[in-house]
Design a protein around this ligand. Structure first.
Ligand SMILES: [Fe+2]
Ligand SMILES: [Fe+2]
Length: 169
């Protein structure tokens, strides 16, 4: 049902989502090591969501009878300068993922692969949310990162986030 080319792009995207999960998990560990458990929680939830994205694509590949070839997942960075840098990198990474999804969509459109176009719509909407959230957190971390009491409150705020399976954000 889908072409070899689109299948390969989705296989790559599965690895990219899994890499994003590793990247955010590494960020989570950085915050845990500094007793910022709320922010660590935020990135842990973010990591689980990325795995859910990979799962969605995995399921789609099964549904359309495409061959699944899992890719290699590079080792994520584990050293960061400060909290601000991490949030900036998270936003940067979401933008890269958005571009990658748009590229699959562009190819699917060109091929008239409307099943994949339709499938990817969820991800297009999801990326709008992801970028908006990441961007808002960059603004917030810039306000608080060099002020311990403000950081304490920010950490408390992010402690509230819970993982909702299949909610997509
Ligand atoms: Fe994702
Ligand atoms: Fe994401």
């Amino acid at each position: 049902m889908i072409s070899t080319k689109i299948g390969a792009l989705i296989n790559d995207q599965i690895a990219k989502e899994q890499y994003a999960a590793q990247y955010y998990l590494s960020m989570s560990a950085w915050f845990s090591a500094r007793d910022l458990d709320g922010i660590a929680n935020y990135f842990r939830v973010q990591s689980k969501e990325e795995l859910m994205h990979a799962d969605k694509m995995f399921d789609y590949m099964i549904d359309v009878g495409a061959e699944i070839v899992l890719g290699e997942i590079p080792k994520p960075p584990h050293e960061f300068t400060d909290a601000k840098e991490i949030f900036e990198k998270a936003l940067e990474h979401e933008k890269i993922v958005t571009k990658s999804i748009f590229n699959i969509l562009k190819n699917a459109n060109e091929e008239g692969d409307f099943a994949t176009v339709s499938f990817l719509q969820w991800f297009v909407n999801e990326q709008v949310e992801e970028e908006a959230n990441a961007s808002q957190l960059v603004t917030k971390i810039k306000m608080v990162y060099d002020n311990p009491s403000a950081m304490y409150l920010f950490d408390q705020e992010l402690k509230q986030r819970v993982f909702v399976p299949d909610a997509g954000n």
